[in-house]
Design a protein. Sequence first.
Length: 248
Amino acid sequence: MNEAIQGLVAGEALYTLFQPIIDGATREPIGHEALTRGPDGPLELPNALIAAAAAAGLSIPLERRCLESALRSFRALQLEGRLFLNLLPQTLLDWANLAEWLGAQLAANQIDPHDVVLEVTEHGLTEDEVLLAAAVAPLRALGCDIAIDDLGAGSSGLKTWAAIRPDYVKVDRYFVAGIEQDAVRGEILRSVVDMGRVTGCRVIAEGIENREQYAILLELGVDYLQGYLLGRPQRVPGGNSAVLGGHP
């Protein structure tokens, strides 16, 4: 497996899919999340790639390759709106010159840093939130916005929110799945929306798969929505989903 991940990091076999993020009010895309994939096989999906890279001591080289692919593809496709990029918390702490490197890559691809949102996953986060807040400061200074991904998947979500003061929070799909049968999940999401309003943070709900979920999330006041109902990850995103331009 080490040889396989080394080959992926050194080569060009990794590629990027893009999934739209939709404005609940206008039903138009406000941007796309970049999602890395490997070739068919055991290293196709992100979790497998991340685990293999960590075991081989190649986490930062893998992150670098993923970012390069996403920026290059975003530029080539001339996608409108914002580009959402995923980063592991450990990468932020270990990659000392990340902001400098990213700035150079954005300039080379003619992408405005203000069009970039860096998603830091909350799932499995064990690092000191104060250290993490310090690590994102240079990226904010570059002009990028910061998002907390998978809010609610771990135990430190609210502490991370308070320390980082993100521009976006993406609610873990657990709270969307089954929301049409579970009023408690709806009340939790309502509380997140209220916190977002107070802190000036926009809320994104992930994992929307049916029209009932879509309608409930709009009613709750969630700002932005993402999921298979609204658009699957694709190499070349395009076309309208079943709900865009009409009623769910």
